[in-house]
Ligand binder design. Structure first.
Ligand code: CTP
Ligand code: MN
Ligand code: MN
Ligand code: MN
Length: 340
């Protein structure tokens, strides 16, 4: 054996949008532990702690090799959380272990896995003694259980159907696959699409038409809209958006069903905002959060899925994602490297 192995001290820029983060993760045991703590914090409405854990996990995901000792991380941002040190030293932490064993955490995870069920509803059910899907069914409520991940092949199949729907109701309209699949993920919790038309304004009113085409024309698959097709803008942004359950035939989860339920997110954007929408809907969520933090804190700008404003409230237009990164003074990060 050679002598002491050389220990690399890692040096990493602060913001996730300044870094490249591929799907290759050399620190999965650490990032899994931190993601679990993040998820638990988010489910318990502790947003600040959730973000801190997400940032620490993102930082470890970007490292070129496995961390062997805490000394390699000296001076790195986002790693202040004390349980991280414990995880580094022992491979886990008391908080990770107690969270994993917690009935409340397990129940929150199962219940919020149901389409349209958030932390608030899950919390209420738990207080009513409902901890799992059996108890939920027994209470007389019926929900589609769609926790099974969506594969790339299923995403491609859905893309072909949505593409047909979109071009049938409006000639020249285009769709792009966004979200995790655009970042190269092999599976996801849903399939995200952005829809536009090269002529400004032609995209108006497109969503209800797409949805009714899908309901009428596809014999075996149809949509169940949560927001209601074309319903005016919800909280997040001002695009026409439709959160749906797509019933994909021929891949039954259970013998009782001939279809498999898949979540599909449809968003319509005018072409003038398309680059911002594409950047905003490609993710990851942390990458997006960090882009907006960078824009605000480092550039005095304001970035959304619609536009970029500088500190004089001048709208910085952009025809491509590359232009938006340039406006922000950032090196371009391709989608496959936005897996922070
Ligand atoms: N998004 C958004 N507004 C929402 C929900 C999501 O802008 N109300 C954005 C997220 O910020 C993210 C993108 O849409 O950039 C995709 O979100 P989501 O589908 O939740 O995550 P994915 O990265 O696609 O992960 P998964 O594969 O699990 O779906
Ligand atoms: Mn590597
Ligand atoms: Mn997605
Ligand atoms: Mn989505």
């Amino acid at each position: 054996q050679a002598g002491e192995p050389e220990v690399e001290v890692f040096s990493v820029p602060s913001y996730a949008c300044q870094r490249r983060t591929s799907l290759e993760n050399h620190n999965a045991p650490l990032t899994d532990a931190l993601s679990l703590l993040a998820e638990n914090a988010e489910l318990n409405d502790e947003e600040g702690r959730g973000v801190a854990f997400r940032r620490a996990a993102a930082l470890l995901k970007t490292l070129p090799s496995a961390v062997m000792s805490a000394s390699q991380l000296r001076g790195l941002p986002c790693l202040g959380e004390h349980s991280l040190r414990e995880i580094l030293e022992t491979g886990t932490s008391t908080e990770v272990e107690s969270t994993k064993g917690s009935e409340r955490f397990k129940a929150l995870k199962v219940l919020t896995g149901i389409f349209g069920v958030g932390a608030k509803t899950a919390d209420r059910w738990i207080r009513e003694g409902i901890h799992d899907l059996h108890q939920l069914r027994a209470s007389g409520q019926h929900y589609a259980d769609i926790n099974q991940p969506v594969t790339r092949a299923e995403a491609d199949a859905i893309e072909a159907i949505v593409e047909k729907a979109v071009s049938s109701v409006l000639r020249g309209a285009q769709i792009v696959l966004t979200g995790g699949f655009r970042r190269g993920k092999p599976s996801g919790h849903d399939v995200d699409f952005l829809i536009t038309h090269p002529e400004e304004g032609r995209e108006e009113g497109l969503m209800p038409k797409v949805v009714s085409w899908l309901e009428k024309t596809t014999r075996n698959s149809y949509l169940e809209s949560k927001d209601g097709p074309g319903r005016p803008p919800s909280n997040m942004d001002r695009f026409e958006r439709c959160l749906s359950i797509f019933k994909l035939p021929g891949a039954a989860e259970t013998p009782q069903r001939a279809w498999r339920a898949v979540r599909v997110d449809l968003v319509v954007s005018p072409i003038s905002q398309f680059a911002f929408a594409l950047l905003g809907w490609t993710g990851s969520k942390l990458f997006e959060r960090e882009l907006r933090r960078w824009a605000g804190h480092e550039r005095g700008m304001s970035l959304s899925s619609h536009a970029l404003y500088d500190n004089k409230q001048v709208n910085e237009g952009a025809a491509s994602e590359e232009e938006i990164f340039a406006h922000l003074g950032l090196e371009f990060v391709p989608p496959s490297e936005r897996n922070a």
